[in-house]
Design a protein. Structure first.
Length: 168
């Protein structure tokens, strides 16, 4: 019988998702810096939630793709602009030009089939607030700055505590 791992108080999943979205941003920034020219046979399939906060697409595309949409950045795209939290790009749909604005948090997949590279993400739910947490108990104004004191718990292990309270 194995025990389930304890719930983490550190949001590792969110941290990893954010780091992987930064990969997408860096790749798109490099394409932007190259004048929107993709090197070699690289091309990207980017899937995103059309109803996510900050997504701006034409109404007819939102009607056709009410939940999720995949765009291809390959030969015919223009005005690629990458910001810290989103990118915008011009694409044609049935010979009609459109500008799309896509926050990185709305992306659910990024694939470059030319090199068999792909990432999948959980869409960020803007309505979801962070999990409540208790206040830290190490903010005592009584301790000196940088006090380090070894503590020997009842279980015999050695623990070093560091208190970064205000200087006395």
């Amino acid at each position: 019988m194995s025990e389930a791992p304890p719930d983490s108080l550190i949001p590792y999943d969110e941290i990893v998702q954010e780091a992987l979205r930064a990969v997408v941003g860096r790749v798109l920034r490099e394409v932007e810096a190259a004048g929107s020219e993709l090197p070699g046979s690289h091309h990207f399939y980017i899937t995103f939630k059309t109803g996510a906060v900050g997504v701006s697409i034409p109404a007819d595309l939102r009607a056709r793709f009410p939940d999720e949409m995949t765009i291809v950045l390959q030969n015919k795209f223009w005005d690629l602009t990458v910001e810290d939290d989103r990118f915008s790009v011009g694409l044609s749909f049935n010979a009609v030009p459109a500008k799309l604005v896509i926050p990185f948090g709305a992306i659910t997949a990024f694939v470059d089939p030319a090199v068999d590279f792909g990432l999948q993400f959980q869409a960020i739910d803007a309505d979801r607030s962070p999990e409540p947490h208790e206040d830290a108990e190490n903010d005592s104004e009584q301790a000196g700055v940088g006090d380090v004191s070894p503590v020997t718990p009842d279980d015999g292990s050695n623990v070093v505590t560091v208190d970064f309270g205000k200087k006395k």
